[in-house]
Structures are given as structure tokens and as C-alpha cells.
Design a binder for this molecule. Structure first.
Ligand SMILES: CC(C)(COP(=O)(O)OP(=O)(O)OC[C@H]1O[C@@H](n2cnc3c(N)ncnc32)[C@H](O)[C@@H]1OP(=O)(O)O)[C@@H](O)C(=O)NCCC(=O)NCCS
Length: 165
């Protein structure tokens, strides 16, 4: 696990982030993966449209020189909401994914921990996300203090508050 490095994501990572967005689409076991153009659907494309705007934060996990995972947060507002949106002051963890052959090796934990630290250090009071309750990633989120705050279709909206300490 120690061979993996984390670096901030930039506009140049767009292509990899698109791949990670696709990889993050939750497919219950036994079901077929949707085609790649699912990420063009407006409600999904929102997570990357105009990538690099104020408030966007991304981290990329690297194995040697190869990107193998990513996490990013964005700010939205009442007129441009997404799944997991709470308010314009709360970053939405828009996507977290690790390339399939690298899963289960601690990279997701590394990425999330880095992102929680960063968002907290920027002065935000909390961070939110949306996850299918059947997704094993939910356990990871719960370890980082995320709690269910609502239901949207079949997904849960979750929030982790930073508190004073
Ligand atoms: C969720 C994900 C980013 C975690 O990254 P990872 O590097 O596999 O994570 P870690 O090795 O640090 O393990 C942390 C947790 O990830 C989940 N996880 C681990 N391996 C996994 C796998 N092969 N598939 C799905 N989730 C897995 C588990 O919840 C694990 O916690 P556990 O040890 O309590 O079971 C990664 O598995 C992934 O890309 N999954 C598909 C995309 C996805 O669902 N993203 C979240 C969308 S909301």
C-alpha cells in the first residue's frame, strides 16, 4: 500500500476523471454495467461539467506514474443541484473511484482521508455525498463520520460534520 502516492488533481486530469466517473456508477451484483455514455446524462455529467471552477478539489492516487484512483468535491447551488446536495456551502463528494484491479488495497481510504483533511482545512463545516445503501463504499463513508440525512430515489444522502476538534 505504501507505494501509492496522492497528488492534487488538475484540469489536465479530465480524461482520467471521466473514466473514474464511469467506474463509480453503482451496479448491483449480477447486473450488467451500463454503456460508457451514461456519464453524458445531465444528472451525471454535472459532476464534471466545466471542471476546474472555483471550489473544485480533486486528488489522484498514483502507482508509479499511473493514475489508479480519484476523489473530487464540488460546490453546487440551489439552481444547480446534484444528488447529495445540501446547500451552497457544503462540498459534495461528487465521485470516488479506484480502478477495478486496484480495489481493496487501501487506496480509497487514502483518498478519502486526504479529502476529509483538505475540506476541513478549507474551513467547511461539513461534506456530503450520495450513495446507494447497497454499495460497500457506504461502510467506508460511515467510518469517516457520514450519516444518513435523507433519501433521494434509491440513494441515501449522507453528511459528515467536522465539529470543533
Ligand atoms: C469504493 C472504492 C473507491 C474504495 O476504494 P478501495 O481502494 O477499494 O478501498 P479500500 O481498500 O481502502 O477499502 C475501503 C472500503 O472500500 C470498499 N471496497 C473494498 N474493496 C472493494 C471492491 N473490490 N469493490 C467495492 N468496494 C470495495 C469496502 O467498503 C472497504 O471497506 P471494508 O474494508 O470495510 O469492506 C472502490 O472500491 C471503488 O472504486 N468502487 C467502485 C466505485 C464506487 O462505488 N465508488 C463510490 C461511489 S459513491
Amino acid at each position: 500500500m505504501t507505494q501509492y502516492k496522492i497528488r492534487p488533481g488538475t484540469k489536465e486530469d479530465m480524461e482520467f476523471l471521466r473514466e473514474m466517473l464511469y467506474q463509480a456508477i453503482y451496479v448491483p451484483e449480477g447486473q450488467e454495467r451500463p454503456s460508457r455514455n451514461i456519464i453524458e446524462r445531465p444528472e451525471i455529467a454535472k459532476y464534471l461539467n466545466g471542471w476546474g471552477r472555483d471550489g473544485d478539489i480533486a486528488f489522484i492516487a498514483i502507482d508509479e506514474d499511473k493514475p489508479v484512483g480519484a476523489v473530487w468535491t464540488r460546490l453546487f447551488d440551489d439552481r444547480n443541484q446534484t444528488y447529495g446536495y445540501i446547500n451552497e456551502h457544503t462540498p459534495v463528494l461528487s465521485c470516488m473511484a479506484v480502478s477495478p484491479e486496484y480495489r481493496g488495497d487501501g487506496i480509497g481510504t487514502l483518498l478519502l482521508s486526504k479529502m476529509m483533511e483538505k475540506v476541513r482545512s478549507e474551513g467547511y463545516e461539513s461534506i456530503s455525498l450520495s450513495v446507494d445503501p447497497g454499495n460497500p463504499a457506504r461502510r467506508l463513508y460511515e467510518r469517516y463520520g457520514f450519516e444518513k440525512v435523507g433519501i433521494n430515489g434509491t440513494s441515501w444522502d449522507m453528511e459528515s460534520k467536522f465539529g470543533e476538534n
